[in-house]
Design a binder for this molecule. Sequence first.
Ligand SMILES: [Zn+2]
Length: 102
Amino acid sequence: MATLIEPCPFCDSGHLHISHHLLSHSVSCQTCKSTGPHRRQLEDALLEWNHTSKLLRSARTGEHVQVHGRLHDLEDAVRNLASALRHGPGGQEAAAEYKLEH
Ligand SMILES: [Zn+2]
């Protein structure tokens, strides 16, 4: 049965090589030379490689979401500040003075 091999968990490369050793098999990346766990069963070596790949990729996606969340917080803070300046006490006058001076 053909098991699909996930791309390299470290560099996302699809240039993978399956090494057959005397008592074990392992998946290695031809691009960054990282090697997956050696397992007696080829199937296990593939499964663990895939598992690592998915784990690391979902971890990376999680980081992106966090950065995105922080950006949103920042945008909200800027918006709140802008509306506070516009609608805050004396905000209108301050804006009018600003226009007169320039
Ligand atoms: Zn790689």
